[in-house]
Design a protein around this ligand. Structure first.
Ligand code: MLT
Ligand code: MN
Length: 299
């Protein structure tokens, strides 16, 4: 089976444009010449029988409408080709779309124990009838069948608890069950999906070295981007995300790892790579592709 990966949403939380934002990328939609819009962070994988969603964004309804492969199939009054939804963390941009999928059609909801606890602690998710939506705990480093033809393995990457669960003291690069990457294997070929990663660590370098395909955290271009643009007080690091450019950035960190295809996803609306300017040109010159909604990649 040829693994197909469809970027349903290439943007980070907020999307592009973000509803309340007047920083240059979003402002292009309110005034001037709009950029291409992008919905919030999610990837669909499949290619054989049925699909899995990796994260379920607040824009899932719009994403399904835009993606014929995810439409109800002919033959049943209620149907979806979506078999499974796998979560890589408990952030709003990755879980809120679950509430849209509450109309009584079965699917598997898969995540680590810690991420499923975030769902369990928020009773609004009881809107997903347990008779239809089975919650399945996935242990780290344990391969499982995600969807027919695709095996997945979750692994810890540096990250933090969801923003809405933060206490007074926040560890921003915990290695545990709260932020994970996904290794996808089909017909002996391997792809990785890592939409959130606070920093590069040797274990992650070793894992992704030589990969055929990588979708990686492209939240910000510089660590202080949101501060510089005047839209926030937080650095990328404080939000649990690596920056792309310069010393210690993901472009530099991943350059020696011999990855055949590198695609940025979870790109924040403040990131200059959305524009066709020098930053995007630099990322592309370094072998990166900038993800976009409806981009299809086969493995
Ligand atoms: C993030 O990726 O940092 C989160 O999605 C932030 C948020 O929940 O708004
Ligand atoms: Mn996010």
């Amino acid at each position: 089976m040829t693994l197909r990966a469809l970027i349903l949403g290439a943007a980070a939380g907020g999307g592009l444009p973000q509803w309340n934002c007047n920083a240059p990328n979003s402002a292009s939609f309110w005034r001037g010449t709009p950029l291409t819009p992008a919905t919030q962070s999610s990837l669909a994988v499949g290619g054989g029988e049925g699909w899995a969603l990796l994260n379920c964004s607040p824009d899932i309804r719009q994403q399904i409408i835009a993606t014929p492969a995810l439409h109800p199939r002919v033959g049943a009054l209620r149907d979806t080709p979506i078999h499974s939804i796998l979560l890589t963390n408990g952030d709003v941009d990755h879980i809120a779309g679950l509430l849209t999928l509450r109309e009584g059609t079965p699917f598997r909801l898969l995540a680590t124990n810690e991420i499923l606890n975030v769902i369990a602690e928020n009773p609004i998710f009881n809107a997903l009838d347990p008779a239809f939506v089975t919650r399945e705990v996935v242990a780290l480093e344990t391969p499982f069948a995600l969807v027919p033809g695709v095996t997945a393995t979750l692994f810890a990457v540096p990250g933090k608890v969801p923003l809405f669960m933060e206490g007074d003291v926040v560890e921003t690069d915990l290695m545990g069950e709260q932020t994970v990457g996904v290794e996808l294997t089909s017909d002996g070929k391997t792809a990785f999906y890592i939409p959130g990663c606070a920093r590069m660590v040797p274990s992650l370098e070793d894992r992704i070295r030589g990969a055929a395909l990588l979708f990686f955290d492209g939240t910000v271009w510089t660590d202080d981007e949101m501060i510089r643009e005047g839209v926030g007080q937080k650095t990328g690091a404080r939000m649990g995300h690596m920056y792309m450019s310069g010393p210690g950035g993901s472009i530099e960190a991943l350059a020696p790892l011999d990855i055949a295809r590198k695609i940025y996803v979870h790109i924040n609306n403040t990131n200059p790579v959305w524009r066709h300017g020098p930053e995007r040109a630099e990322a592309e010159a370094q072998g990166w592709e900038i993800g976009y909604d409806s981009m299809e990649v086969t493995l």
